[in-house]
Design a protein around this ligand. Structure first.
Ligand code: GAR
Length: 192
């Protein structure tokens, strides 16, 4: 049986796209569902393009019901991937999927993480601090923002000429290269 992945995303979904592309060719795993809190998210279009079902939910459903948990259980989801999803994950979801929820963050945690640190805000903070390197972190999700055990980090040098756009580009390249591979590795380690 193929392992099943669910992706939560709120924005453009370029990482979700790379993950769907990667597993479309796989005999071992597939993306079973894309979930979003944002009905205008481009990730919905991307999911459609790959014929992956999607589900839109609101805060009430996410925090006050078991609907999403039932959905994920009914689909036999093995791994939940947060790819640009910014809400804190509720306890009931964490408990149902222990060590099975991962997130990608566009900086080298534990630096530049925490509430409100996402997207360009992270890169701006890195530039303002005159860091000489940045990178990406893939980590398990727990009840705090950006604090779970780190699974993978990759770095790059920040050149003096690098501006916000260049940092963004370098981060995105790394995310797109690494995220699907790290997911594949994790799924391989999971008992069937
Ligand atoms: C990614 O860069 C991801 O690291 C970041 O949101 C972006 C989503 O891009 N996540 C965070 O900042 C979480 N704190 P995408 O929608 O194009 O995949």
């Amino acid at each position: 049986m193929k392992k099943r992945i669910a992706i939560f995303a709120s924005g453009s979904g370029s990482n979700a796209q790379k993950i769907m592309e990667h597993f479309k060719r796989s005999d071992d795993a597939e993306v079973a569902l894309v979930l979003t809190n944002n009905p205008d998210s481009f990730v919905l279009q991307r999911a459609d393009n790959f014929e992956v079902p999607s589900h839109i939910f609101d805060k009430k459903e996410f925090y006050e019901t078991e609907k999403i948990i039932s959905l994920l259980k009914n689909l036999n989801v093995d791994l939940i991937v947060l790819a640009g999803f910014l809400w804190l994950v509720p306890q009931n979801l964490l408990k149902t999927f222990p060590n099975k929820i991962i997130n990608i963050h566009p900086a080298l945690l534990p630096k530049y993480g925490g509430k409100g640190m996402y997207g360009e805000r992270v890169h701006k903070a890195v530039l303002e601090a005159k860091e000489t390197e940045s990178g990406i972190t893939i980590h398990f999700v727990n009840s705090e923002f950006d604090e779970g055990e780190i699974i993978h980090q990759s770095k790059f040098r920040i050149d003096k000429s690098d501006d916000l756009e260049m940092i963004k580009f370098k981060i995105q390249q790394l995310e797109h290269q690494q995220f699907p591979k790290v997911i594949e590795g994790l799924l391989k380690k999971m008992k069937s």
